[in-house]
Design a protein around this ligand. Structure first.
Ligand SMILES: [Zn+2]
Length: 372
């Protein structure tokens, strides 16, 4: 599976003479604008500059049309982030996002109340075609623990029901159904593709395991509002220092929140270790999806070899790494920022891209696939 590097770099406009003199005598001929991508205002201007035209085309397209995009990538590869960010940019009213995992959890709730249970079973009777009697399939759903797997046919019927609920909407469907082997996986998508008459697209996401590992290890969550950030890669604006424990912590800066000390979830310190098997399976399923004909594919990559970076991306599009120091004298935390270099799955020193440039590449590729 080869994921091409997508160019999001903008070759700058020529500088005026005055600006040129400003750069300490160095003969910089060009200057491209710089953006702080963690700032919402800056981010808006960034998208306007890099994909303004494409967003306009998509807005126009979505007035009369829809499409379905299936997001495929390893756990924690950024599926939710990328799809939500692009929906936000294009047309939040007309785009819906749902994940298969959330869907299955929702079903549990529906089965609890008699009315919604009846409605659910009724709709499944229409959609379900499987080798287990529907009754048994539903009881598998109810008695589900992490070990028992749901029949593929049942998941299919449930996904179709979700799609049918959102008839006039463009959909981003997030994630592999759990526990699919290669054969049921092919069945799953062959059956779904073309279920609705609008175009469907596979969006495949490639993120190095080392990136996924660090995202989990340094993840911090607000106990009050559940906002999730990362101590090393995506800190909040306020950092605290616990002298007793000799550790730094994030203070939630969600304006709707009371600023709690963010904590790590149990098991996160292990990173991808407990996920290894799952990631291998996810990789196999991605390969399978990649080889499926009859559906256009959008390929997104999270990383870029350090050596290639200058040609393809602007430096503010790269994920920095943050470190902290406590200054006893000033009684405050000092924050340091430097480029973060990780080895990709082939062992090549790479940068990890922030979400916005990946979304730029996503939007441009969708426009191309839809020939807008
Ligand atoms: Zn909070």
């Amino acid at each position: 599976m080869k994921f091409p590097i997508f160019k999001t770099k903008i070759e700058g406009v020529r500088k005026t003479k005055a600006q040129k003199n400003f750069v300490l005598g160095r003969a910089h001929k060009v200057c491209a604008p710089k953006f702080n991508l963690t700032d919402p205002k800056d981010r808006k201007a960034y998208f306007e500059l890099k994909v303004g035209l494409e967003i306009k085309k998509l807005k126009e397209y979505l007035k009369e049309n829809t499409f379905i995009a299936y997001l495929l990538g390893k756990k924690n590869s950024g599926k939710g982030t990328y799809s939500k960010m692009s929906a936000e940019l294009i047309e939040p009213e007309r785009i819906d996002h749902f994940s298969i995992g959330d869907m299955v959890r929702e079903i549990d709730k529906e089965l609890e109340t008699p009315e919604s249970r009846k409605e659910l079973i009724h709709s499944l009777e229409k959609q379900y075609r499987g080798f287990l009697p529907l009754k048994e399939a539903i009881s598998a759903l109810e008695k589900r623990n992490t070990e028992t797997l749901l029949p593929t046919e049942l998941i299919l019927a449930l996904v179709k029901r979700e799609i049918a609920k959102r008839e006039k909407k463009t959909l981003f469907i997030d994630g592999f159904p759990r526990g699919l082997d290669q054969i049921s996986y092919s069945l799953f998508f062959r059956d779904l593709i073309g279920y609705r008459e609008d175009p469907d697209i596979f969006i495949l996401i490639n993120a190095p395991e080392k990136v996924i590992d660090e995202r989990i290890k340094w993840r911090r969550v607000c106990p009050l509002c559940q906002t999730s950030r990362n101590l090393k890669l995506l800190p909040t604006s306020k950092i605290g220092y616990d002298k007793k424990m000799k550790e730094f912590y994030l203070i939630c800066d969600n304006p709707q929140c009371r600023g709690a000390r963010m904590v790590s979830k149990e098991g996160d310190e292990l990173g991808i270790k407990p996920l290894k098997k799952r990631l291998v399976l996810d990789e196999e399923l991605m390969e399978k999806a990649f080889s499926l004909y009859g559906i256009p594919k959008v390929l997104l990559r999270n990383s870029i070899p350090v050596e290639e970076a200058e040609k393809f991306v602007d430096d503010y599009e790269i994920t920095p790494e943050y470190t902290f120091e406590w200054s006893e004298k000033e009684k405050k935390v000092k924050i340091k920022e430097k480029p973060w270099i990780v080895l990709d799955d082939e062992g090549i020193p790479s940068y990890s891209l922030l979400a916005p440039p990946v979304v730029v590449s996503l939007i441009k590729q969708i426009v191309e696939v839809l020939s807008l």
